[in-house]
Design a protein around this ligand. Sequence first.
Ligand SMILES: C[S@@+](CC[C@H](N)C(=O)[O-])C[C@H]1O[C@@H](n2cnc3c(N)ncnc32)[C@H](O)[C@@H]1O
Length: 177
Amino acid sequence: MITRRELAALVPALGFAQVKEEKKLAPYYPTPETIVERMLQLGSLKAGEKMFDLGSGDGRLVIMAAEKFKADATGVELDDDLYKQSSERIKRLGLEGKARIVHGDVLAQDYSPADLLTVYLLPSATEKLTPILEKQLKKGTRIVSHDFPFKNWQPEKIEDIPDDGEGRSHTLYLYRR
Ligand SMILES: C[S@@+](CC[C@H](N)C(=O)[O-])C[C@H]1O[C@@H](n2cnc3c(N)ncnc32)[C@H](O)[C@@H]1O
């Protein structure tokens, strides 16, 4: 049986877990590597530019941005395990100088230095992000969103990528502030 002391120790932890659950804007559903590359190409990511992946999962966009496109890449991830796993992978690959993961909420970050943002979050999330990004982003920042558009913004380009056998097609939206 659980003791009163154990219960007292558990209550704040449960509360914390619940707050995390409430902040969650999408489940973990990774972008296939071929689409990761298409997203970074569509966003015209260049060496030395600052990119952010909002809800970075296992860090695949951040890692490819730093490794292949030589960008300065930051991921933001709420989930403890994905944060640890992606940070460890960055360290193992020796990319710490060019890539990092912030353990936090995408709605509570400063994106003002960004040249490119990549996003794969649900429509409710893009809605919450819209006023934050409108306030923070400098003129010319590109945003590439996977599958879910920012409904108040006019895309500069839409790329439809048919199913190549994995059982899902993809749509990429490019915006420029
Ligand atoms: C659909 S996955 C995309 C992962 C990665 N960007 C990719 O394309 O492969 C969404 C990710 O966002 C994370 N996430 C959800 N809500 C978040 C929030 N409020 N702050 C930070 N990360 C969040 C999830 O844990 C998950 O890893």
